[in-house]
Ligand binder design. Structure first.
Ligand code: PEP
Length: 248
């Protein structure tokens, strides 16, 4: 039985003091024995956030990192900078990073390998555009993203990975995928993992749905057999996130 994982992607929201205030507000609301809870906060708030969640069930994640160890990469953050302060998760290849910051399947793969090398759990994002869905190529496209993301990733590491299936047309639009649409793609992703590795890895790996999840849609989405929780944007900045974590 896979444990659910529900992560908030705060994106570029909240100053450090606002982040601590929001964490303090959400702390009592997101207590859960059934799910892992992760807040992916802006880089500058990682340290105060880690302090603020001490003694709770909440883990802190980053929203990005670079695939080199150190050096002349102005503006980037190295994996050991994240681990030293206690970051456990890192979102890799969010569609906003692919769209605005030139991330590709290849850089996603490099970052995934580097995250595992440092003991970080990557939350690997994939998902189709509206045009791709309308053209009927969703599953082919997502399978290709997954195959490249996992190139050279060992079986032991792959089991620990988290995949976030996020249809781009559903992100920040209020247009949530139906539970059937989300389940169909998450099932295909699990099948793809079984083909790359084997059933053991496919059964272990956790696959989230992301895209306009709210307290109203969480229960039906997260009750699907191949959906192991969610990556939540807008609703993770509100008290609603407590209801999403305790969706049952
Ligand atoms: C996201 O950006 O990962 C996301 C799912 O955003 P939203 O929930 O706001 O659609």
């Amino acid at each position: 039985m896979r444990r659910k994982i529900i992560a908030g992607n705060w994106k570029m929201n909240k100053t450090p003091s606002e982040a601590v205030a929001l964490i303090n507000e959400l702390k009592p609301l997101v207590a859960s024995n059934d799910a892992d809870v992760v807040f992916c906060v802006p880089a500058i708030s990682l340290i105060p956030a880690i302090e603020a969640v001490k003694g709770t069930n909440i883990e802190i994640g980053a929203q990005n990192m670079y695939f080199e160890e150190s050096g002349a990469y102005t503006g980037e953050i190295a994996p050991n900078m994240l681990t030293e302060v206690g970051v456990k998760y890192v979102i890799i290849g969010h569609s906003e990073r692919r769209e605005y910051f030139n991330e590709t399947d290849e850089t996603v793969n490099k970052k995934v390998l580097k995250a595992f090398e440092h003991g970080l759990t990557p939350i690997i994002c994939c998902g189709e555009s509206l045009q791709q869905r309308e053209q009927g190529v969703t599953i082919d496209f997502v399978r290709q993203q997954i195959k490249i993301a996992f190139l050279n990733v060992s079986k032991e590491d792959a089991k620990k990975a988290v995949i976030a299936y996020e249809p781009i047309w559903a992100i920040g639009t209020g247009k949530v995928a139906t539970s059937q649409q989300a389940e169909e793609v998450c099932k295909a992703i699990r099948q793809c993992i079984a083909e790359i590795y084997d059933n053991e890895v496919a059964e272990a790996i956790r696959i989230q749905y992301g895209g306009s999840v709210t307290a109203a849609s969480a229960n039906e989405l997260f009750s699907q057999p191949n959906i192991d929780g969610g990556l939540v944007g807008g609703a993770s900045l509100k008290a609603d996130f407590g209801k999403i974590v305790n969706y049952k």
